[in-house]
Design a protein around this ligand. Structure first.
Ligand code: PRX
Length: 691
């Protein structure tokens, strides 16, 4: 039962010819007859791949489920541990709330350091002169690079500065930086001394940053004065100042704000400064020693906090620990991208999101990879920028989000075909379901029909890939994330929590833990249990819907909770609503997601104004502005729909199902409206739909 999708393909032929034949044999006639829908890796690709056949995948997968201890300890032995974990207990878990507190531990008792494994270990194995980071600035002529040795020196200097300023093991550091090299440097410096980093995406507003300061009470704030995004200068220091001021008025004072001068965006002299609290990075960090001893930590000591949106207004501090996360991000990176030493890897995600943690910083560096970091936006100076960067650095693995694929697709093939892109061998997608037409464009136009696409399904909470193609192993179906990664047991359950087999759709859960799983929500273990483990006892509930087809391929269908996925960013409807109702003229707000051609989902807000306030264009603008300033520009509503009142049940609950249908203009599908307190509300809303 635990190996259902493996069992259905149990009798593996050996010594079959090409992967195409092998797949046809293994997957049976049903797949072969659908061959038009399948995209096979070339024989040449499969031959060189780490996992080169379904058979090899299935054997490894089987072992990972039947013998997780053996499977993961073999892998973990390739990393540096000051002291090995307790050999009898590689993991312990309770995912069943009905049996006590939920807890997950991996490699407990093992003593290690992830920064040591990312840097020192690679240098010791002879890779000190290899480029660790290529940095590409917003302007095409502004760039830089660091070898592994140089990166270690930079990290040690900052780590020493942090130590000298009282940051100790277990202390929290907030990082509010754009995509400059100082961002991964800071993450690694924290990890080196056992401090817990909390990166806040530098597109969040002062209000959001303030909320996070209040929640995790950082010892120090690390930021830079400004950043250029395309032609726009964004004054980050101003945002930090406002956040810290508000925090100190609310009782949390951050005594030190280390500020990097991002010279190409703004000069020192133009930066607002608070004497006594603010220190220029360039004045102090370069003076520190380039040698810094490692703080050895337990595998279960916290590595970082990363806030993400949930169904309530309050962001959740997802907590990841050290050992399991290290092994998991490194292993998933290696296999899902079929990583080779000669690869040049570029992931377009920002380190402010989980993708930038696991697959810009930790996963690649643990493998000794060369990583490209890009400061700017993908369409500056024009829509060919990504491919210009690919050619400049000879990028071999390019990992991005469907929203970017769709927006570049809209801009036309000419921007792509103008560049060679010959170096590319693997493409990746993350953040939301990739629609088959975008998949095909990515595959055919960007990858010249040569590069497999790893459509990786995972979450902030999962730490690393959960369901993903292994590019040399499986034929792909455009839009499907295919099969689970080693050690992961996805199950699809119905409303009652019963597992459903075979071809089905339902709620996506995971049975048993995996090393990269988050361990708690910071300061709120109860919310952790309620949100993720109570809906379907015994399982981790992802919040996503999923269907499985007759061949066992997984198709993610989007969030089933009150979370909207805008351009691959998770935004809670409640967060946007609470920003909107803070506007003095807004009496009530209800937000739903609506299909959006480029962003995947757009934000659609129904607004009831305070009695007597007339609708106006200015008011619409100021409502959008209030969301931008309370959350960030990326959460701004795409549409404001004036609503004299909202459809509610007699008990006062807003019927979002109806609002979603109105928002997407599926007016014939409104369903039963008889349970509404006032069914007339619906007609009113429809009448105002395009006003
Ligand atoms: O709905 C799923 C979607 O993104 C959510 C996780 O968002 P976040 O924690 O911000 O992490 C994004 C980067 C891992 C999921 O619940 N999602 C992510 N990747 C995919 C996806 N949906 C479909 N296919 C994917 N490949």
């Amino acid at each position: 039962n635990r190996l259902r999708h493996v069992d259905s393909m149990a009798s593996l032929p050996s010594g079959a010819g090409s992967i195409r034949e092998l797949n046809a044999v293994i997957l049976g006639e049903s797949l072969a007859s659908e061959e038009n829908h399948l995209v096979f890796p070339s024989d040449d690709f499969s031959k060189q791949a780490l996992i080169s056949s379904p058979q090899q995948y299935l054997e490894m997968y089987k072992r990972s489920i039947e013998d997780p201890s053996g499977f993961w300890s073999d892998i973990a032995s390739n990393f540096y541990w000051k002291k090995k974990w307790d050999q009898n207990l590689i993991y312990s878990e309770n995912l069943d709330v009905t049996k006590g507190d939920v807890s997950i531990q991996w490699f407990k008792g093992g003593i290690t350091n992830i920064c040591y494994n990312c840097l020192d270990a690679n240098i010791e194995s002879g890779n000190g002169d290899k480029i660790a980071l290529y940095w590409q600035g917003n302007e095409p002529h502004v760039d830089g690079s660091l070898t592994y040795t140089q990166l270690l020196h930079r990290v040690c200097q900052l780590a020493n500065f942090l130590k000298d300023n009282g940051v100790q093991k277990g202390d929290t550091v907030i990082i509010y930086l754009p995509m400059i090299m100082e961002l991964p440097i800071t993450m690694l410096a924290c990890a080196r001394i056992g401090a817990v980093h909390s990166v806040v995406f530098a597109g969040y507003s002062a209000e959001s940053l303030h909320q996070r300061v209040m929640d995790c009470k950082p010892k120090i704030m690390i930021t830079c004065n400004a950043v250029m995004r395309g032609k726009k200068t964004i004054d980050l220091k101003n945002i930090v100042d406002a956040a810290l001021l508000e925090s100190s008025q609310n009782g949390i004072t951050v005594g030190l704000c280390l500020t990097f001068e991002n010279e190409s965006a703004m000069k020192k002299e133009a930066t607002k400064w608070e004497k006594g609290r603010d220190i220029w990075w360039q004045d102090v960090v370069p003076k520190c020693s380039t040698i810094c001893d490692v703080e050895w930590v337990d595998a279960e000591d916290p590595l970082f906090l990363l806030y993400t949106s949930g169904s309530t207004g309050k962001p959740k501090g997802v907590l990841h620990t050290t050992g399991g996360y290290m092994i998991y991000t490194a292993t998933t990176f290696k296999y899902a991208f079929d990583y080779k030493d000669s690869d040049i890897y570029w992931c377009t995600a920002d380190c402010g999101w989980i993708t930038g943690h696991s697959y810009v910083t930790y996963g690649p560096l643990l493998n000794g990879a060369t990583v490209v970091l890009y400061e700017g936006v993908p369409n500056y100076p024009d829509s060919g920028r990504c491919w210009e960067i690919v050619d400049k650095y000879k990028v071999t693995i390019f990992y991005t989000a469907p929203t970017l694929v769709r927006s570049l697709m809209r801009d036309g093939n000419e921007y792509v075909t103008r560049y060679s892109r010959k170096s590319l061998r693997i493409l990746g997608s993350v953040g939301e379901p990739i629609n088959p037409s975008a998949w095909r464009w990515f595959f055919n136009v960007v990858g010249d029909s040569r590069c497999p696409i790893s459509d990786t399904w995972w979450q902030t909470e999962t730490g690393g890939f959960m369901i993903t193609p292994l590019p040399g192993a499986w034929p792909q179906k455009p839009g499907s994330a295919t099969f689970p990664f080693f050690g992961v047991q996805p199950v699809i359950v119905d409303e009652k929590g019963n597992e459903i087999d075979g071809e089905c759709s339902g709620y996506l859960c995971v049975k048993s833990s995996w090393p990269g799983a988050f361990r708690t929500l910071y300061g709120d273990h109860e919310r952790y249990e309620t949100t993720y483990f109570k809906a379907f006892p015994g399982y981790y509930f992802s919040g996503d819907g999923c269907s499985r087809d007759k061949d066992g391929y997984h198709w993610l269908t989007g969030r089933v909770d009150d979370v909207i996925n805008v351009s691959g960013h998770r935004i809670g409807t409640a967060e946007v609503e609470s920003a909107l109702v803070s506007h003095p003229q807004c009496a009530e707000a209800a937000v739903v997601g609506v299909e959006h051609e480029v962003k995947g989902q757009g934000i659609y807000a129904f607004i009831t104004l305070v009695e007597g306030v007339p609708y106006s264009e200015d008011l619409r603008k100021s409502l959008v502005l209030v969301v931008r300033s309370q959350i960030g520009a990326f959460a701004a509503p795409d549409k404001i729909h004036w609503a004299p009142s909202l459809p509610k049940t007699r008990s006062g609950k807003i019927m979002r199902r109806i609002l979603r249908k109105i928002a997407s203009r599926q007016l014939e599908e409104l369903g039963d409206t008889s349970t509404l307190a006032d069914p007339g509300v619906v007609d009113q809303l429809i009448a105002l739909a395009d006003s």
